[in-house]
Every structure is written in C-alpha cells, then in structure tokens.
Design a protein around this ligand. Structure first.
Ligand SMILES: C[S@@+](CC[C@H](N)C(=O)[O-])C[C@H]1O[C@@H](n2cnc3c(N)ncnc32)[C@H](O)[C@@H]1O
Length: 208
C-alpha cells in the first residue's frame, strides 16, 4: 500500500482539493473549443478533475497507480463511459483528444518519458496542473514519492516540444494556502501533427 492508497477514502473531504480540481477543469473547459472529447486523466485519484470535465466529455478514462484511488473513482461513476483503471500511461493503448495530469507530474520521475508516452496517446491537448517551483515544504508527510519540487512550466513546455507539443496557454489557476501560499499553474500544450489526414484540432488561445 502506498501513501495514496491510505489517503483515498478521505481524499474528497478536502475543500481545498475540491476547489483546485474545479479550477483546473474550468481552465480546461475555457481553453478548448466547445465539443465533446475523449479524455484521459493521468493520476486521476478519486476523479475530482474528471467529474468536473463531464460537460465536455464523450468518454473519460482515469488511470492511477493506486488501487484504492481507482476504487473510489469508480464508486462515483454514473456511466460505463467514465471509468478508472490501475495502470500506467505506458499501458494505455488508446488515443485521446485531451490528456490531463493534475498534481500528478511531480510524482513522476522521468519527465522526458512522460512526454514521449503522452505524445503517443493524443493528437490533441495535454493539460498539466502542478505547483510552481517550491522549496520542498509542500508535502506535509515528507517527500518520499515526490520527484520534483514543483516546476517552471516554461521548462516543461520546452521539454514537451521534443515530443511534438507546443505550449498554448499558461496561467496561475489556484493558490494553495498552507504555512505559505503555493501557486498552481495550468499549462496547456497542443500536439503539432504533421501527418496528413490526422484529426485537426482548432488552436487554443496563445501562451501568456
Ligand atoms: C496529488 S494526487 C492528485 C489526484 C487527482 N489528480 C486530483 O487532482 O485530485 C496524485 C495522484 O497521482 C497518482 N500517481 C502517482 N504516480 C503516478 C504514475 N506514475 N502514474 C499514474 N498515477 C500516478 C497517485 O496515486 C495519486 O492518485
């Protein structure tokens, strides 16, 4: 059992997590053209972000390494079109319109591999919500499963460009109040597709 397995049952009790997830989902909904999308939520947890994305979803797949998180996610599902699985990004076969990773990336060690695997699974958008670079004091229970103390999202945008993404939107979406403020960014990336016949997605507003 990992830390997230232990926390899964009470995860949704946090008003702060609920508010952050709402802000992330709203940021995504505002950024993409109106429509119904197939969405992959990477590190979906109990589905706080996923369930707020229902207005723009044709289908939502959540993936998470924690079995207990997946169980909590699926307990809430109103439809077979919204399901979570205990698996890694590498194990996901399908292609999606929108990928989202909210507060997950700082738990993933190899960022280059993450962007390579993400690029194989969308010709559309990848949204990353995470902490701006922090001093290592964000996680109250220690940093055992934390590989990055937040990020400079400009660096992430640059890194992702090697896998064919382009940064399209960036702003601070939320402030987590603890012993100090921890700002959270929402970075929107769009896949640049050069293959003829590939589904084309309208552009979202430019990076700011
Ligand atoms: C901070 S929680 C965020 C959960 C959810 N996105 C939310 O906003 O409430 C991070 C989640 O990522 C999951 N996770 C950690 N490493 C992962 C990986 N390599 N692949 C998929 N999920 C991972 C954890 O189990 C946990 O549920």
């Amino acid at each position: 059992m990992n830390r997230f397995d232990h926390e899964a049952k009470d995860w949704d009790k946090s008003a702060r997590r609920q508010a952050l997830a709402k802000a992330v989902a709203k940021g995504i909904i505002d950024a993409v053209p109106p429509g119904k999308y197939e969405i992959l939520d990477i590190g979906c947890g109990t589905g706080l972000v996923s369930y707020n994305l229902i207005p723009i979803a044709k289908k939502i797949v959540g993936i998470d390494t924690s079995a207990a998180m997946v169980e909590e996610f699926n307990k809430k599902s109103p439809s077979p079109q919204i399901q979570a699985f205990q698996k890694s990004l590498r194990e996901c076969g399908k292609s999606f319109d929108i990928l989202v990773a909210s507060m997950t990336l700082h738990h993933i060690q190899d960022l280059e591999e993450f962007f390579e695997e993400a690029a194989k699974r969308t010709n559309g958008y990848l949204f990353i919500a995470d902490l701006w670079s922090e001093d290592g004091t964000f996680h109250d229970r220690g940093n055992e499963d934390v590989y990055h103390f937040g990020f400079d999202p400009h660096y992430l945008a640059k890194l992702s460009s090697r896998s064919g993404f382009e940064g399209v939107t960036l702003y601070t979406i939320y402030q987590i109040q603890k012993h100090r403020n921890f700002p959270v960014f929402l970075l929107g990336l769009q896949k640049i597709s050069e293959s003829p016949g590939a589904r084309r997605y309208p552009s979202v507003p430019p990076l700011r």
